[in-house]
Design a protein around this ligand. Structure first.
Ligand code: MRU
Length: 357
C-alpha cells in the first residue's frame, strides 16, 4: 500500500516543495524553498518535521545552495549553509547524518562548480529514495511481529509525513495492512504540538486505515482495559545501547506498556542510530518555545490560521520536545537492516557492521 501522503517534492525548475504541516489537517498547502536559508527556516518553524523528512529536506537545502550561488568560495558557502541547517533541530540525528553525507561529497569533489551542483542534487535524491526504500524494509520486518488482528498504540507522527512518504512506525502498520492483517490504530494526540491528532489521524484516515484518536492522558486507562496488543513509535536518535529519543511523552507510554506487559517497538532507519552516543544521556534534547505549551495554533475549520491561549499570561512553562526511553523498556528496535533485541549494544553493533544490501 503506497501512502497517498507525501511531505516533500523536489522539482529541479522550482526548488524544494514542502507540504506545510503547521496547517494540516484543514488546509493542504505547499511552501516552495529556493535557498538553503529558506529550508532552514521551514525546518525550524515545523513546516516539515520528523527526523527522516528533516534529513532529506536539509540535503536538498545544500543542493539548492550549490545551485543558487557559484563562483569563488562555493564550497565554503555550502559549508556555512550546512552550519545553519545543522542548528535547526538538535535531537534528530538524521539531520546531521544527511548533512555529513552531503559534505563528504564536497570534500571528495574535484570538478567545477556546476558539476558539484549536479552531484549534490543527485546525492540528495539518493538520500530521499533510500529513505523511502528503508521505510518499506522496516515495514516488512515489523509487520511480521504483529498478529493477524491487532490494535496498536502510536505516539506522535512517525508516518509518511515524517519521512519520504511511507513511514517508520506507520510504515509497519501500512505493511501489516498490505499483508492482509486487520490492524486498528490508537493515536495519542501528542501534546503540545499535536502531531498525533493533526498529522497521524489525518494521514491514516486519508489512507483508509482504522484510527481512533485519544488524548495522551487516556492511554493508561486503555492499557488497563487491555485495548492494545503493541505500541509502535518512531525515534529521533538511538544510542549504541538502545536508549531511544522520541517525541516527549514516549517514555510515559513505554512505562505503561512495560507495566501492562504490552510489547513496545521502536521503528527507525539505520540513519537514526548514532554510534557516537553511548547511551541516551549523550542525546541532546531540544527545548522549544514555551509558547507552544501555553498556546495552540493551527488552521481552523474556516481555513484560517488561529492561535489561542489557554494559560494565564506570564506563567512559567517548559517544553522539552523529546524524551529518552531506556533500552530496558524496548521490546525490539525494527530497522531497515533487521530487528535488534536486547542486549542492544551487541545487536546494534551487529546491524551497524552488516553489509548494506
Ligand atoms: O518534533 P517532531 O514532530 O519533528 O518529532 C517527530 C518525532 O518525534 C517522530 O516520532 C520521529 O521523528 C520519528 S519520524 C519517523
Amino acid at each position: 500500500m503506497q501512502s497517498h501522503v507525501k511531505p516533500l517534492e523536489w522539482r529541479s525548475a522550482e526548488g524544494l516543495l514542502l507540504l506545510d504541516q503547521r496547517i494540516l489537517p484543514h488546509r493542504e498547502e505547499w511552501v516552495t524553498c529556493r535557498t538553503a536559508g529558506e529550508v532552514a527556516s521551514a525546518i525550524r518553524e515545523m513546516v516539515v518535521r520528523g527526523a527522516p523528512a528533516i534529513g532529506v529536506s536539509a540535503a536538498y537545502g545544500l543542493a539548492l545552495e550549490a545551485g543558487s550561488s557559484t563562483g569563488d568560495g562555493l564550497s565554503s558557502r555550502i559549508r556555512a549553509a550546512a552550519v545553519e541547517l545543522r542548528s535547526t533541530r538538535p535531537t534528530a540525528v538524521n539531520l546531521q547524518w544527511a548533512l555529513d553525507r552531503m559534505l563528504q561529497l564536497i570534500e571528495s569533489h574535484e570538478g567545477n562548480d556546476s558539476e558539484l551542483s549536479g552531484k549534490l542534487i543527485a546525492e540528495a535524491e539518493a538520500i530521499h529514495a533510500e529513505d523511502l526504500e528503508a521505510n518499506h524494509r522496516i515495514g516488512r520486518y515489523g509487520a511480521e511481529l504483529l498478529s493477524q488482528r491487532a490494535t496498536i498504540l502510536t505516539h506522535c507522527n512517525a508516518g509518511a509525513l515524517a519521512t519520504s512518504g511511507y513511514g517508520t512506525a506507520l510504515g509497519v502498520i501500512r505493511a501489516a495492512c498490505e499483508a492482509g492483517k486487520s490492524i486498528a490504530v490508537f493515536a495519542d494526540e501528542t501534546r503540545p504540538f499535536l502531531q498525533g491528532s493533526r498529522l497521524t489521524a489525518w494521514e491514516l484516515q486519508k489512507d483508509g486505515i482504522d484510527v481512533t484518536l485519544i488524548t495522551d492522558s487516556m492511554a493508561g486507562h486503555f492499557f488497563q482495559k487491555k485495548q492494545f496488543d503493541a505500541v509502535i513509535v518512531g525515534a529521533d536518535r538511538i544510542a549504541r545501547n538502545g536508549d531511544a529519543a522520541n517525541k516527549i511523552g514516549t517514555y510515559t507510554v513505554a512505562v505503561l506498556a512495560h507495566t501492562h506487559g504490552v510489547p513496545f517497538y521502536v521503528a527507525a532507519p539505520m540513519s537514526t542510530i548514532d554510534p557516537s552516543c553511548a547511551s541516551g544521556a549523550d542525546i541532546p534534547i531540544e527545548e522549544r518555545s514555551s509558547a507552544e505549551v501555553t498556546h495552540a495554533s493551527g488552521s481552523g475549520v474556516d481555513g484560517q490560521l488561529h492561535t489561542i491561549s489557554f494559560a494565564p499570561a506570564g506563567v512559567e512553562a517548559r517544553h522539552p520536545a523529546f524524551d529518552v526511553t531506556p533500552a530496558a523498556l524496548i521490546t525490539a528496535i525494527i530497522t531497515d537492516r533487521g530487528i535488534a533485541r536486547a542486549p542492544y549494544d551487541e545487536s546494534i553493533a551487529k546491524l551497524l557492521a552488516a553489509p548494506v544490501v
